[in-house]
Design a protein around this ligand. Sequence first.
Ligand SMILES: [Zn+2]
Length: 422
Amino acid sequence: MLPFVRNKKYIKYYLLVVSTFLLFSIISLSDIRLDGIKNLAGVFFVDSITKEELEKDYALAEKGNDKIKILIAPGHDEGRGGTEFRGIKERDLNIEMAEILTRLLRKEGEFEVSLSRNKNEYHKGIQTYIEENYDEIKDFRKEYKDTMDSLVRSGLVDTRNGVEHNNAPNATVIRLYGINKWANENDIDIVIHIHFNDHSGRRYNQSGKYSGITIYIPEKQFSNAKASLALAKSVFKRLSTYSATSNMPLERKGIVEDQELIATGAYNTLDPAVLLIEYGYIYEAQFINPKTRTLAIEDLALQTYFGVLDFFGKKELQKNNIYNTATLPYLWNDNLKKGVRGNKDVFALQTALAFQFFYPPTQKSKNDCPVNGNFGPCTARAVIDFQKKYNIEPASGFVGPITRFKLNTLFSTTPEASDYGL
Ligand SMILES: [Zn+2]
């Protein structure tokens, strides 16, 4: 690892302090002040991390040098915060996802992975850091905020009214800035925040109208924007293999730039590349039933892991997983028909059909026809197309012994004809 590359962030911080000082001491000389502000903007937004630096560091890590440091941060706090739907709490789903993703990433010798909170406790180092540096974290936020405000006033930074986010309570705000400051000071390379989305306009205990995945990243003027965008592209590509992109108007691009989310470095407070992933809307059917929820979360964690490996150009592991999903291979033991809901076998059936491009059926989107464990018209249509392709008669959309045998021949590692009474 090249130390001067690592020190860039401290140079940025040092110059920020000096420039701010100069800026306010020459406040009466307006021409000089404008130059000062321009310099400040240049310094403030200097790249804190780039794709090329990360690739270089990864190559060094492969040779046994310092590892790439990744922080996984499941959204919200112990016992509070986050959205809920019919007793399912977002913060619990976030933890489940974070623990699986951490386990996967820790298999890689090149990565050193920290988890900010598991289901029992907070990360001890981060927790102690926040407790001991509460005032410093407040000052850190204020300095960056003041600088950003002065840049905005001088017209050198564009602000946008993007997606609205709920204002977090104060302790949570400090905790999030604390995580940013800790990440900067501990040379974290990548931060991944894990969330599930919600549609604020929905009625209590009823599903909302939106579905699908979004990745939030820092807005393009920010120091960590370029590396974050490159990483987001790799991860998003994987996540959209089997899952829908959010159809909420402001999220339709899938990857959304944001200036205001603290987690992605509001006021330019974060140096590492960062993704805030909204893994779908909490009321989507696949997350409601515990059986399909586990399959859905395992697969989304795997896709995220593969996306990170893709970013670093690592291919070998994926070769052993030809289906590119955690759900397959799969063995179907029971017949399936239209009307079955919240069912693992249906979830796996939809995944298999999606792998062969029968699902979603033609002219339907992944939002119309998600992989969710509910056997409705979409699944029936896709099964009929599958049956036609393999000359299974009648092509009725009913998954009986013959269709199951074909599915198991194609998608299970150990198909046995006798298992199906054939
Ligand atoms: Zn959340």
